[in-house]
Design a protein around this ligand. Structure first.
Ligand SMILES: [Zn+2]
Length: 183
């Protein structure tokens, strides 16, 4: 994985957690470009893009032709935001950092499910995809590609043991989030 960790959380921890998410989703992780950015919200969010090359400047995707270098990627890249933990009036972390770390892992599985699909398309597989109707795509939740990604998270996290396999990393991330909140 070509990890660009733009947070203060340890690179190795972030890499191990996201790699486990990619394997759970059935994606090849090695050549995929991943940007981890610090979000300002309490929950993680992500967005995946299909492409063969991405231009990178200062660890972030560059939209300017004059800035950055082209990097090859395997299927696409995704951006995922690290949540922010706060300390409440009683001195406890809020929200629960374990819930936040688990949610981060699930968002990574979701985005890697999209990357897995992009890798499959590139290999010639035909997948059902949303089409624009009158110039607009259907609502996010009813797009076939989103339904596949939701199903992947449900299969490997709700009914599978992906979270159990990533348990150490999830707990380590939870501790890191709390430490950061107290710093
Ligand atoms: Zn999605």
């Amino acid at each position: 994985m070509k990890l660009h960790n733009n947070t203060t959380i340890d690179d190795d921890l972030v890499r191990r957690l996201i790699t486990k998410a990619g394997r759970a989703a059935g994606a090849r992780t090695n050549g995929v470009v991943v940007f981890v950015n610090q979000g300002s919200g309490y929950r993680s969010s992500g967005v995946a893009h299909r492409c063969d090359m991405v231009r990178i400047y200062n660890g972030k995707r560059s939209r300017r032709a004059s800035r950055g270098r082209w990097n090859r990627t395997d299927g696409g890249y995704f951006v995922i935001r690290m949540p922010r933990t706060a300390i409440d009036g009683t001195g406890n972390p809020f929200p629960d950092p374990v819930d936040q770390a688990t949610n981060f892992f699930r968002v990574a599985v979701h985005e890697f499910a999209h990357i897995r699909d992009y890798q499959s398309i590139r290999a010639g597989e035909r997948l059902d995809w949303s089409r624009k109707i009158n110039g607009r795509r259907p609502a996010h939740s009813v797009r076939p590609e989103e339904e596949r990604a939701f199903a992947t998270v449900a299969e490997c996290c709700d009914h599978g043991d992906a979270e159990t396999r990533a348990c150490h990393e999830i707990v380590d991330l939870a501790i890191a989030l709390e430490e950061k909140a107290r710093a």
